[in-house]
Design a protein around this ligand. Structure first.
Ligand code: RVP
Length: 499
């Protein structure tokens, strides 16, 4: 006989948080939203953490290299979409990793024997106007000079002019020595009015470049999510079909963490994929999606570093209608969080949870965190911003952005939905849609974070862990839902636009 759950499947909309005592030190400025991204042992620190509990969805319409940089600047992480060729996904990862806020591995390099034409071709290709000239033309070769846009005049100089007649030679360069700190490098940049400072080792080999333009960006982004080389931390989605080819290319491109992108992750395919990655690479990997204790256990015991929760709750997702599987996002999260806490008690290993899909209002994020998520994954939210990869179009008097599901005919990401059998998308599990255009990520994220911090202060908690311990959550009745919005008044037009 089938098993019946006694409780209905619930969504975030059906819950509210109750305030606790707010002490005087409990102010939004004192709230710390950092959160673990990878599993860790009791008493230890996770290898990777986020500075804000946000990740952007593994979707064509959401997470490319632009989104990855913009979100990492705010302190979160993007998982660059996997429903593209291995090559183009690896290029996106490389671009995001190369976009460093500090010490940059030089990405435009030539030898003194090249010509002005080569410089111009390279500039066209990479968009960089600073070219390092090294003995062997590599990023880490012996530095012989630097060429910038100020070193040549296209109208006067012949395209055949050799680089060694154009470049500022090493003997005239101001440079820093390997091992100097970023603030020392910045001092040199300011002192000598440079745009770019090369950093070389004791053998004159090029180590990094430090750019003046990055200075302001660093000051304005105190929560930037950076690795030890001051590159942004970048994630990428993979599938359980071509991982043996895709993962090496992504790792080579510098990806920090992978996630298996699947509508239903409770499968032997996922176990095999996680095990393969763990056995062959030194890279972190999340798995999912699951909606119950059994799915959580299975993937954690397979070696996953974090677990993603949610089936069918995505705004563009029609899996529940098409196949009749899924679970209300809140119910799924509550059960999986319980399983995670039990696992922690048993083993002393804490496995972060990502609540994926179905976040509509900003307070849903706070609810998800209170219910045990360590971070959330959002698609619709990010698709609305300038930084998402999709077209902004005007419909009537309003600007909108395109947003489509990975299971739609437009994305045709069959690997995400495959349950074994022939390749290809047999029926759709997602729709193609528009979302209201909302401006820049930074502006919106600042507002969302303010709301989350404010609620956390109401609950008397200064960290996500404290929120999870202290939160008191109540189910709302259908009638009290109405009471929660503006009601029994005639709204002025200016109020209608407010979220
Ligand atoms: P939302 O934030 O509610 O837009 O949901 C985004 C999530 O929806 C994704 O992270 C993914 O789990 C899921 N998704 C993506 N495509 C589809 C689909 O086509 N059904 N679903």
């Amino acid at each position: 006989m089938a098993f019946y759950y006694t409780e209905p499947s619930r969504t975030f909309n059906e819950f509210l948080l109750l305030p606790n005592l707010t002490t005087k030190e409990c102010t939004p400025n004192n709230v710390d939203l950092s959160t673990p991204l990878t599993k860790f042992k009791k008493g230890e620190k996770p290898a990777l953490s986020l500075n804000i509990p946000f990740s952007s969805a593994v979707m064509q319409a959401v997470s490319d290299h632009h989104m990855a940089v913009a979100l990492a600047r705010c302190g979160g992480i993007s998982f660059i979409f996997g429903s593209q060729s291995i090559e183009s996904q690896a290029t996106m990862v490389r671009k995001a990793k190369g976009y460093k806020a500090g010490f940059v591995v030089s990405r435009s390099n030539l030898t003194p024997g090249h010509t002005l034409k080569d410089i111009l071709d390279l500039k066209e290709q990479t968009g960089h106007s600073t070219v390092a000239i090294t003995e062997d033309g590599s990023a880490k070769g012996k530095l012989l000079g630097i060429v910038t846009g100020r070193d040549y005049r296209i109208s006067r100089d012949s395209l055949d002019k050799p680089v060694n007649e154009i470049m500022t030679p090493f003997s005239s360069l101001i440079y820093g020595k390997s091992g100097i700190t970023l603030s020392e490098a910045n001092d040199l940049i300011w002192e000598h009015k440079l745009n770019c400072l090369p950093i070389v080792d004791e053998k004159q080999n090029l180590d990094f470049l430090v750019f003046r333009k990055d200075y302001d960006s660093r000051k304005n982004n105190p929560l930037s999510l950076l690795d030890a080389n001051k590159s942004y931390i970048v994630g990428a989605g993979i599938n359980t079909k071509d991982y043996k080819e895709r993962v090496p290319a992504l790792v080579e491109a510098g990806v920090d963490i992978l996630v298996i992108d699947s509508s239903d992750g409770f499968s032997e395919w996922q176990r095999e994929t996680v095990q393969y990655v763990k056995e062959n690479f030194d890279v972190y990997i999340g798995a999912g999606n699951v909606v119950d204790k059994e799915g959580f256990r299975y993937l954690v015991e397979s070696g996953a570093d974090f677990i993603k929760v949610g089936i069918g709750g995505g705004s563009i997702c029609i899996t529940r209608e098409q196949k009749g599987i899924g679970r209300g996002q809140a119910s799924a999260l509550i059960e999986v969080a319980e399983a995670r806490d039990e696992y922690f008690k048993e083993t002393g290993i804490y496995v972060p949870l990502c609540s994926d899909g179905g976040i509509v209002h900003d307070y849903h994020v706070t609810l998800a965190l209170a219910m045990g998520a360590d971070f959330v994954m959002l698609g619709r939210y990010f698709a609305r911003f300038d930084e998402s990869p999709t077209k902004k179009v005007k419909i009537g008097n309003n600007f909108v952005k395109e947003y489509w599901g990975e299971g739609s005919n437009r994305a045709r990401n069959w690997q995400r939905y495959d349950t074994g059998g022939k390749s290809g998308l047999v029926f759709e599990e997602g729709v193609d849609s528009y979302v209201p255009y909302a401006g820049s990520l930074r502006e919106n994220m600042d507002r969302t974070l303010s709301k989350i911090k404010s609620t956390m202060c109401n609950i008397g908690s200064l960290s996500i862990a404290e929120l999870q311990q202290k939160a008191r959550i109540t189910v709302v009745s259908a009638t009290s839902l109405v009471e929660g919005g503006a009601h029994d008044v005639i709204l002025k037009e200016s109020s209608m636009a407010a979220e």
